[in-house]
Write a protein of this length. Structure first.
Lengths: 615, 351
């Protein structure tokens, strides 16, 4: 048996922290990730947590990636094993040649370790207990002490970590100095007792640039602030709750009247998702920009209202932070599994606009754009995030806003227009784009009022059960959906270095893993043109892209190839031409998975001449 | 039929209110409900109340759920925007509308199926959130549009038209509204316009969650012997605790009741409610007392009507959320968008 040599890698490895939920490890772990960013080295962290508040296992994984691969990589090079409950599995998950960092206060039997990994014991509890007496302090500072030890082991610059701690506890001198003290306790112990640094290390670089580090949910909420949302109604559901919470905190900072201090927004925590969407519909009907944030089960509950929004033509913005379903499914695991549920939400013939941001920067842009689209198209717009983007800090380009931009409030007939004698038919297609004018309640004493209903009505909003009148309206809604096609974000195409017969379609959080996979596949000799779909209805370029290739892989994170189904259904594509690549175990899709799945498929396509094969 | 327009001309001598509107300006389309339906009387009372208060008709937003009662907003205030929304969901739609524009008057019209069955939750939560609205339940204890099934307000022991006896306990929306903190709670009877019109007017002037339960017999499915929501039954068991006059503006209080029996309540907006007390023991400012009074009389089989509770210093949801006085739906980019300079700072804080 050959002796496994320890992994040696600079700025390219994965550290996973195994913690107990509720132990206060989250902030220390985040500090670790941010510290590496301050070295100019990109990181991609992910929370892997159970549906629980306290006591159960939770993991935090940091991919250190000089090359900027922000997707999950798979595999663990260093395990910071702080949870005895998951010890065996955690130790087993370390790559051969990897490292195990643990609290060595209590001796562990050798059977608990592996021979092919490097074991690093730091008596964290002993150090903590000899320094602190308060149990809560012991718990919290233990986390900072292991951070200090890692600082020495991975060759992090302690000044940069101190700087971050300084920013975090600005104005709270006591907390600041005690955290810095704890950091050095751990670092000094490691320097004195261990061989530092390890084969894994961080070296200063310049690969972060001006990028920012933000969670998708927070960015989407900020997009709602910039996009002019004034009403938010929501019901708590993982992984979407932090959207409304972030909106609340952004609004507290940026949305109070300078003179009176009063709020230029209203946030209501509804009694359920039905009430939340009802409030959004009521507010939008009355001319305010309103949104809700939810996840799969919430979408199911909202579907009756979504049908009303479609048929009565009332704007609404729904942010769906997808998680693994069906039913309660895996509420803290990621998937892209509500594509069909949202595209066709509700009874009767319905279709809805979906936006698929790839990261927090797009979540911000698309969230703001969703309000323009909702008011322009007078219908529900879904912002389709998922847990992977929503609840993890992601490195992305800085958020941008053009101060010259004006909100597109859509076709609203004002009192002046009515006074001029303009013909107002609430469901009258005056411009041929399928979009009628609306009036806000209270506009004019005698003109422009109408009765909104979910039942059939004519172009002037008069109740009617005439078949022709109903069909006329349904046809106009189809026209409107066609109009939407050119308003939503276009797909982005990137061609392979050499001409190829094969293409790949993907969307949303698959993006970073896909970018990385393309490189791996190229190295294996597979050339692929790629197109990232950013919205539904699909732009005509999607169909052309498929037509231009022999066949196209469709990579998505659900079991039933939902995006593929939607493409087949909406564009009349022969399903044989679309090869599904599906990842749906609740973990984020990885480049390795994509490259292996596509690579294997491509390898099978290579016809080996028979004669050559037998020789 | 609602698609048949009502003729617009009217008698030139028709009385006008302070704003110069006639009664006709508050009417809507022709009702499609059954002839003699209690709901049409409530429609008439709403028209009357809005006329008397000299409300600009277009400044009212009429919002309803689904059902016979929820169809009625089409039959009054034809120049107002109306919204016949989703079954049981009027309260959330109204809450959202109210948040968007605090300057309009919100009239929520619902039924007993809409509010006590499918929409019981939304009814409860809109009340406890103190949405500034007038929430009227046209209560007939029965599903009319689907032909005669019991609703959750049907009394235990009452008989359906088909002879089935209801064995479930009834929900008393008034008792619930009191418990949930509604700041204006009344019950009335569709056949008693003199009581109902001023109650609606007072509720509209009330700044907070006003709730009126109006018993409104269904002449098609719930007006027979054995029903506890029939015209005859309600008339026999009606126990009115007070009668009301609403006094708006500078008009002096001139009520022709015997001194000592009139109680004047001044509401936040300056309007005064002159209550003619029919029951000397009844105090409309005592929430706890009102609850006890209701239960005692319900046990005796009496239906208590009148203004049961009012808090003249009520607060509403906007007060609780501390929103700006300007309606949110009128705020523009200037008011709402923090701009690129702020965004640059945010970016800097995220590095």
């Amino acid at each position: 048996m050959s002796v496994q040599s320890p992994i040696s890698s600079v700025n390219d490895f994965v550290v996973r922290f195994a913690n107990v939920n509720g132990s206060g490890s989250a902030s220390a772990n985040e500090l670790f990730a941010r510290s590496i960013l301050r070295h100019g080295v990109p990181v991609s962290p992910r929370n892997i947590f159970p549906s629980n508040i306290q006591g159960l296992p939770t993991w935090y994984e940091v991919r250190v990636t000089e090359d900027g691969h922000l997707g999950a990589r798979g595999g663990v090079d260093m395990m910071v094993a702080m949870n005895p409950q998951t010890w065996d599995k955690d130790v087993a998950s370390i790559e051969p040649g990897g490292y195990l960092f643990y609290d060595s206060t209590k001796p562990m039997p050798t059977s608990k370790f592996r021979e092919d990994i490097t074991v690093i014991g730091v008596p964290l509890t002993a150090i903590t207990n000899s320094t602190y007496t308060d149990p809560r302090q012991r718990q919290l500072f233990k986390n900072i002490i292991y951070l200090g030890a890692l600082c020495a082991l991975l060759d992090l610059d302690p000044k940069l970590v101190e700087q971050l701690i300084g920013e975090q506890y600005k104005g709270k001198e006591k907390l600041l100095s005690s955290n810095v003290h704890a950091l050095h306790l751990g670092r000094d112990w490691a320097l004195q007792n261990l061989k530092c640094p390890l084969g894994l290390r961080v070296k200063k670089s310049d690969k972060v640039g001006d990028r920012i580090f933000i969670e998708g949910n927070s960015a989407a909420a900020l997009g709602a602030v910039y996009g002019g949302a004034t009403v938010c109604a929501w019901y708590p559901i993982t992984p979407s709750s932090s959207v409304a919470e972030a909106f609340t905190s952004h609004c507290k900072k940026y949305r109070h009247d300078g003179e009176t201090g009063k709020a230029k927004y209203a946030i209501v925590q509804g009694e359920d998702e039905l009430a939340s969407i009802g409030i959004v519909i009521g507010a939008s009907w009355n001319g305010a920009r309103a949104f809700t944030a939810t996840s799969g089960p919430g979408i199911s509950l909202m579907t009756e209202f979504i049908g009303l929004s479609y048929f009565a033509e009332i704007p609404a913005v729904i942010m769906n932070i997808q998680r693994a379903g069906p039913s309660t499914g895996m509420p803290t695991r990621t998937q892209q599994c509500d594509v069909i549920a949202c595209a066709y939400a509700s009874h009767g013939d319905t279709k809805h606009v979906l936006l698929f941001p790839e990261d927090p920067a797009e979540a911000f842009e698309f969230a703001a754009a969703a309000f323009d689209l909702a008011e322009r198209l007078q219908t529900t717009i879904f912002l389709m995030l998922d847990l992977d983007i929503g609840m993890n800090h992601r490195l992305c380009r800085p958020l941008k806003w053009d101060d010259a931009k004006q909100y597109d409030r859509g076709k609203v007939m004002t009192a002046e227009m009515l006074e001029e004698g303009r013909d107002f038919g609430r469901y009258l297609d005056v411009d041929g784009d399928g979009i009628p004018y609306r009036t806000y309640p209270g506009t004019h004493p005698t003109k422009g009022s109408y009765f909104t209903r979910g039942t059939s009505r004519d172009r002037y909003a008069r109740y009617s059960e005439e078949g022709a009148v109903y069909a006329d309206n349904m046809q106009r809604l189809v026209r409107k959906f066609e109009t939407a096609q050119d308003m939503v974000p276009r797909p982005l195409q990137a061609n392979a270095a050499k001409p190829t017969k094969y293409g790949v379609l993907y969307f949303g959080s698959t993006s970073p893993a896909m970018d990385e996979a393309i490189g791996i596949l190229e190295a294996r000799g597979h050339q692929l043109d790629r197109m990232r779909i950013r919205a539904f209805p699909f732009h005509s370029s999607v169909a052309s892209f498929i037509a231009d290739h022999d066949f196209v892989y469709v990579v998505e994170q659900n079991r039933d190839a939902q995006l593929r189904q939607l493409i087949v259904n909406e564009n009349g594509i022969d399903p044989v031409r679309l090869v599904p690549i599906l990842h749906y175990d609740g973990t984020p899709i990885t480049a390795r998975f994509i490259a292996n799945s596509i690579g294997d498929h491509q390898d099978h396509l290579k016809v080996t001449p028979l004669r050559k094969a037998v020789t | 039929m609602t698609y048949i327009a009502k003729p617009k001309f009217h008698h030139p001598g028709l009385k006008k209110n302070e704003l110069g509107y006639t009664h006709r300006d508050y009417e809507g389309k022709i009702s499609t409900l059954c002839a003699g339906c209690g709901h049409d009387s409530i429609t008439a009372s709403i028209i009357e109340a809005c006329y008397e208060l000299s409300i600009e008709p277009h400044r009212v937003a009429k919002i309803s759920g689904i059902g016979c009662s929820s169809k009625t907003p089409d039959y009054f205030l034809g120049n107002s925007h109306g919204f016949n929304s989703v079954h049981g969901r009027m309260p959330s739609v109204l809450t959202g509308a109210n948040l968007a524009n605090r300057d309009l008057i919100y009239l929520g019209v619902s039924g007993d199926g809409d509010s006590a069955s499918i929409g019981f939750g939304q009814f409860a939560h809109s009340i406890r959130r103190a949405v500034n609205m007038t929430y009227i339940v046209e209560n007939n204890g029965v599903y009319g549009l689907t032909k005669g099934q019991f609703s959750a307000t049907a009394d235990r022991g009452s008989k359906s038209k088909k002879g089935v006896t209801n064995t479930d306990n009834a929900i008393d929306l008034v008792a619930i509204a009191l418990q949930l903190g509604a700041t204006f709670v009344a019950r009335s009877f569709s056949g008693d316009k003199t009581q109902l019109v001023p109650l609606i007017a007072a509720a509209i002037r009330h700044k907070g969650a006003s709730f009126i339960d109006v018993i409104s017999p269904c002449i098609a499915f719930n007006n027979h012997a054995g029903s506890t929501k029939s015209f005859d039954y309600v008339r026999e068991h009606n126990d009115a605790v007070n009668r009301l006059d609403v006094l708006v503006g500078r008009e002096p209080i001139s009520v022709d009741y015997a001194p000592g029996t009139v109680q004047v309540v001044e509401q936040h907006d300056g309007s005064r409610l002159a209550l003619r007390k029919l029951d000397a023991d009844y105090d409309p400012h005592d929430r706890l007392g009102a609850q006890t009074f209701l239960q005692k009389h319900a046990a005796k089989g009496q239906i208590v009507t009148g203004l049961l509770y009012v808090d003249p210093d009520a607060e509403d949801l906007h007060t609780h959320l501390d929103t700006v006085e300007t309606p949110l739906n009128t705020l523009d980019e200037q008011a709402l968008c923090p701009g690129s300079a702020v965004l640059d700072k945010i970016n800097a804080s995220l590095r």
